[in-house]
Design a protein around this ligand. Structure first.
Ligand code: HXC
Length: 510
């Protein structure tokens, strides 16, 4: 009997050794943890239950029959994060560069299916060279099996991808269909085709970093929702994110006892809005001052910075925040900010997370670049996302809410549940100067008359009371009481039940 037990231990040790000490040392030398070390950091201590550690590839081509590693380049299983079950797969770059064989794909699909059945998130840790070249079409089929599971699970369980090394070819499309992609700075890069293919196809010389490093995806393309300094930081932040999220769409987001008084007044907010309406201020200050303990998990903090989105808590409950940022491009809605916020609102709606919208928006960005880039369709995504969302929606207009952007930003008429404004709000079709120059064009040559008209327009529209008198705003509230009023509004909406007309699915302007 003893030798049978020893045999098991021997096999386990062999699997845990991955691609061997040399390749592990090379992995560490690049500043990366191994697949197993990453899982240990991500999950609660001792909670990992591994599956399929003895699975091997079944290829006999190109000498592969003589190269077998138990586990075949991916470590899979489940464990807990602060006691809540999550499923994980972690690509092992030390085994065939983490490349995907059919057997490797089957291991991932197994955890994807279990997570979907059991209602728990899937977290994928990527560090891999794409399709296992020696396996040809079997590898491609394996990817397709994974993609299908990504799509079936979308909106049912949270899916999170962390790119911690190379991520090329087939490996980029699975993350692309998950809810969030995070990258590790300097070690991670992701692209559909690498620099060599780029050179051959379009004769462009480009480095890995410039083609798909974190600066490309977390700052420019928006493909990644954030980048962290190293493996440890990234994994710690994923643990933090999971704490905000429900395990599936079948349950409410987790409640966490808060030591922050829900009635807390914040007198400094009474002076947040500058006297000059064209002067910026930091909307993030408002977010941080009204949420529990200032604990905010921002999504895409470095891309489309004219809109802020992320998770916070109000009296212990997870809330998704969408807020125009007057500090960047005056908080205007453009293609990127519309896409960023639309996707976030849809995530919240899919996972029963109430949305709080903080509005200070001068309108949509004018110009040929935006129009030629399809601003109409992209802006419509955000309008669509807010309008279709059935989760509780609380809106606060702090200053400008001009034109179509007023409608878009979770207005009453697209089913905002509770819509507040500060006394500093200006709700109008456009800013006073522009408006006067259009409706009193004949007076343009007379500066006195124009400024008189402007003052008249301001007195009429540059306040929240016209909108409030029509019921488009439910109440005008004191800035210092914002936390209390939003907490109370969200409480009143806890049992909200609204459903949209039956349909197979909608046709959001993609
Ligand atoms: C098999 C692979 C592999 C792959 C890497 N390896 N990629 N084995 N299939 N795709 C192996 C290497 O042979 C090597 O084995 C080990 O992994 C480490 O690789 P290195 O090249 O030494 O590492 P590094 O210099 O860090 O470069 C990493 C890399 C590079 C940039 C990822 O390996 C690379 O370019 N790989 C190929 C990428 C690629 O073109 N993949 C196919 C994409 S097509 P040893 O034994 O020496 O340790 C695709 C189509 C799917 O994915 C489409 C589905 C929609």
């Amino acid at each position: 009997m003893q030798h049978i037990l020893e045999e098991l231990e021997k096999r386990r040790a062999q699997a845990r050794a991955g691609g061997g000490p040399q390749r592990i040392a090379a992995q560490h030398a690049k500043g990366k943890l191994t697949a197993r070390e990453r899982i240990d950091v991500l999950l609660d201590e001792g909670s990992f239950e591994e599956f399929d550690m003895f699975v091997e590839h079944r290829s006999h081509d190109f000498g592969m029959q003589d190269q077998r590693f138990p586990g075949d380049g991916v470590v899979t299983g489940w464990g807990t994060i602060n006691g809540r079950v999550v499923y994980v797969f972690s690509k092992d770059f030390t085994v065939f560069g983490g490349s995907l064989s059919k057997a490797h794909a089957e291991k991932i699909v197994k955890v994807q299916e279990m997570a979907l059945r059991n209602g728990s998130p899937v977290i994928g840790l990527f560090d891999a060279g794409g399709a296992r070249i020696q396996e040809g079409v079997d590898s491609l089929a394996g990817y397709a099996d994974i993609f299908l599971q990504n799509v079936l699970a979308s909106g049912v369980i949270p899916q999170i991808s962390v790119i911690m090394g190379p991520c090329a070819g087939g490996d980029v499309y699975s993350p692309a269909m998950t809810d969030f992609i995070f990258m590790v700075k300097d070690t991670a890069y992701m692209y559909v085709t690498g620099p060599e293919v780029v050179k051959k196809a379009v004769n462009e010389d480009v480095s890995h970093e410039d083609l798909g490093g974190w600066r490309v995806h977390a700052l420019k393309s928006g493909v990644s929702e954030g980048a962290f300094d190293n493996d440890l930081e990234a994994l710690a932040q994923i643990r933090r994110l999971i704490d905000f999220l429900p395990l599936s769409n079948r349950e409410p987001p987790p409640r966490r006892p808060s030591f922050d008084d829900p009635e807390r007044a914040e007198p400094s907010l009474d002076t947040l809005i500058p006297a000059n309406p064209n002067k910026p201020y930091d909307m993030k200050e408002l977010v941080l001052k009204i949420i529990d303990e200032g604990d905010f998990f921002e999504i895409s903090p470095d891309w489309a910075k004219n809109i802020i989105v992320g998770f916070g808590r109000m009296d212990g409950d997870t809330v998704g925040f969408v807020a125009n940022q007057p500090q960047v491009l005056a908080g205007v809605l453009d293609i990127d900010s519309s896409r960023k916020a639309a996707r976030f609102v849809r995530f919240c709606d899919a996972f029963n997370i109430p949305v709080v919208t903080l509005v200070d928006v001068p309108g949509f960005m004018p110009g040929t670049k935006q129009e030629q880039g399809g601003l109409i369709k992209h802006g419509a995504k955000l309008l669509f996302a807010f309008a279709e969302a059935t989760v509780p929606k609380v809106t606060l207009i702090t200053r400008k809410a001009y034109g179509g952007a007023f409608d878009v930003m979770s207005s009453k008429n697209i089913r905002g549940d509770v819509n507040y404004a500060w006394p500093t709000a200006e709700i109008a079709v456009m800013g006073p100067k522009q408006a006067v120059e259009i409706i009193f064009r004949s007076d343009i040559g007379d500066p006195d008359k124009i400024s008189e008209r402007e003052a008249e327009y301001k007195a009429h529209f540059a306040n929240p009371f016209v909108a409030a008198s029509r019921g488009y705003i439910d109440d005008v509230i004191m800035p210092h009481g914002t936390r209390r009023r939003i907490v109370r509004a969200l409480k009143s909406l806890r049992s909200k039940k609204v459903s949209n007309p039956w349909k197979k699915h909608d046709n959001i302007p993609l």
